[in-house]
Design a protein around this ligand. Structure first.
Ligand SMILES: [Zn+2]
Ligand SMILES: [Zn+2]
Length: 591
């Protein structure tokens, strides 16, 4: 995604590096034709049509030439040109000519985000002049020569259109210092190691089967166990915080989705209908209409509110196969959904509580850094202006009250209400969208939701959608990457593996130990394999099991286990009862 000059402090640096790279590529391949070269998050790219595929050696040579251009400390020179002048200037560059035609026709076509200019302008350094809106650094020498790197090359269709030519896209990155660059490269490497698709396989957590269908997740025993532990913790926490659990079906009649409006504004994200006795049914893309039906089964009094219905509701949404990604972009997922129905005088308190509750639960899972986005009223809305204002203010106040830093997405709300998106930062400082607290002024009106007020008259309740983990699939993906698969002890699917030094002499004792751990509520297995002890320890470490309990003659006599942690620490021999007490304390301390 291209970034904007207004919000990205690295914009000038990276865009300037992209121009320097393009100059270097043209020196190497004078016949190259150029696509576009915008700065993006953490770096930049430039697209080229080249006579042959680039090799890693080419990238090194391009980097070398870039350093030379930087050392020359050339000025970046801006000028505005007329359309005909621009066409003459870029007469050998067909893609640039196409962009110039667009600009001349009044379209913003620099291919760079952050403006809506249709003035035709260029930037030049040395003999290299590029169609460009800028801005740039003043001189090439301002790019730190030891703080940029070219990362890789991939294919990219011109304008993302698969009917147009495939160009070669060179990705690069640039930073203010060598230390920043090194930290970024470390994060890239680390992200690869933590990729949940890779760890999902290595740790046997989940899979996707072509025969079942893309984007549909199969949870294996260990993955399912982590999910069940997470769900049970959250289920109990919901009950303690005044939520009631409900359960609803996976499908509903078309008439329901007609009333809810989903068939009008969400149809392209829904699976095709199935026919049941001549009546079309749809797999649910959201739980809301079901919870509304539960609300509507009888007349509600003001005394009953607030009602907080929670459900682990499994949803189906159509996504193009090209965007599906592991656990984080899927077609079937379970949302930890809740709907809060309340009176106007309860609304502010409910929002504050919903936010506090989300923060509490996420912190329990070790996610402690948050960033919120408050989306406000767009142009076209339903609901009255005063409600919008009060709701937006309640959301804002909750963020301030709980000291969550936030950006305002002005006008970015859905047509039916303002919302907070809560993103968490993981161990690599990456932001993941998890929780949402979303007002809805649409569904209560469409379904005619009411409660009998103190005045004996019918009133419309406020309705708030709240997802906390977001989806169990996505949340699991985030947890895997955050912990690099090494889940904390309370979440680990296997907490301890007992390793007999000799399978002849110590196997029975190993099983006795495992049984005692299990009887104490811990999750333990015995490694009965024929490999040597060191190999078993290595395997348990690869499986990220928190504790390895080695047992031999000495341990057997002492009713003890020799404890090693997955980090490599050797805790020595510990009586079995003490080890059990230690792990139980650790599990109990998580919340
Ligand atoms: Zn440019
Ligand atoms: Zn909802």
């Amino acid at each position: 995604m291209p970034v904007s000059v207004a919000t990205d402090p690295y914009y000038r640096l990276r865009h300037s590096a992209a121009h320097v790279m393009a100059q270097a590529v043209l020196e190497l391949f004078p016949e190259a034709t150029l696509g576009i070269g915008p700065p993006i998050e953490d770096g930049f790219y430039y697209d080229f049509d080249l006579p042959r595929p680039l090799t890693p050696d080419d990238l090194q040579e391009i980097e070398r030439r870039m350093r030379h251009i930087i050392a020359e400390d050339l000025p970046f020179i801006y000028r505005v040109v007329g359309a005909d002048e621009a066409r003459a200037l870029f007469k050998h560059q067909p893609y640039k000519l196409e962009l110039i035609d667009g600009l001349a026709a009044g379209r913003d076509e620099y291919g760079e985000a952050g403006g809506d200019s249709t003035t035709i302008s260029t930037y030049r350094q040395d003999g290299f002049e590029d169609l460009c809106r800028g801005p740039h650094l003043e001189r090439t020498g301002q790019i730190p020569a030891d703080a940029f790197a070219l990362l890789n090359v991939s294919g990219a269709y011109w304008r993302g259109d698969e009917r147009r030519p495939m160009l070669q896209r060179i990705y690069g990155t640039a930073w203010n210092s060598k230390a920043e660059l090194e930290h970024y490269l470390w994060r890239l490497e680390e992200a690869k190691k933590r990729d949940h698709r890779r760890l999902g396989k290595e740790l046997d957590l989940y899979s996707v089967s072509e025969e079942v269908g893309p984007g549909l997740i199969l949870w294996h025993p260990k993955g399912a166990l982590v999910r069940i532990i997470a769900e049970e913790f959250s289920r109990q926490a919901h009950l303690e915080h005044g939520y009631e659990w409900v359960i609803s079906p996976h499908i509903g009649r078309a008439v329901l989705w007609q009333t809810s409006g989903h068939l009008d504004f969400f149809r392209e994200n829904m699976f095709a209908p199935m026919d049941v006795d001549g009546d079309p049914y749809f797999a649910k893309p959201m739980n809301c209409p079901f919870h509304i039906q539960i609300y509507k089964t009888r007349l509600r009094s003001y005394r009953e509110l607030p009602l907080r219905y929670a459900e682990y509701g499994t949803l189906y949404r159509y996504e193009r196969s090209g965007v599906l990604h592991g656990l984080t972009r899927v077609r079937g997922f379970t949302q930890d959904d809740a709907h809060i129905f309340c009176r106007p005088d309860q609304m502010e308190d409910e929002i504050s509580k919903a936010l506090a509750f989300s923060l509490y639960v996420l912190r329990t899972f070790g996610l402690i850094e948050f960033k919120a986005y408050l989306s406000t009223k767009p142009d076209k809305v339903v609901g009255d202006a005063a409600d919008w204002e009060r709701a937006t203010e309640a959301l804002r106040r909750a963020l301030v009250e709980h000291s969550i830093s936030y950006d305002i997405d002005e006008g970015g709300g859905a047509f039916y209400g303002p919302k907070i998106d809560l993103k968490v930062k993981d161990a690599l400082d990456r932001e993941w969208q998890l929780s949402t607290i979303q007002f809805d002024f649409n569904l209560p009106a469409r379904f005619g939701l009411e409660y009998a007020g103190e005045d004996g008259r019918p009133h419309q309740p406020y309705m708030v959608h709240r997802a906390l983990f977001g989806s169990m699939e996505r949340f699991f993906g985030v947890l895997i990457e955050h912990y690099a698969g090494a889940f904390p002890v309370w979440l680990a699917p296997v907490q301890a593996v007992v390793i007999p030094i000799s399978t002849e002499r110590h196997l029975q004792y190993a099983h006795d130990v495992a049984e005692r751990l299990k009887a104490a509520g811990l999750r333990a297995t015995v490694d009965e394999g024929k490999e040597r002890m060191q190999a078993k320890i290595r395997e348990a470490q690869l499986q990220k099991v928190p504790y390895m309990l080695v047992v031999g003659d000495r341990e057997q006599v002492a009713d003890a286990v020799a404890v090693r942690r997955r980090s490599g620490d050797d805790l020595g021999a510990v009586p079995v009862a003490s080890f059990i007490a230690r792990v139980r304390d650790e599990v109990a301390a998580h919340s």
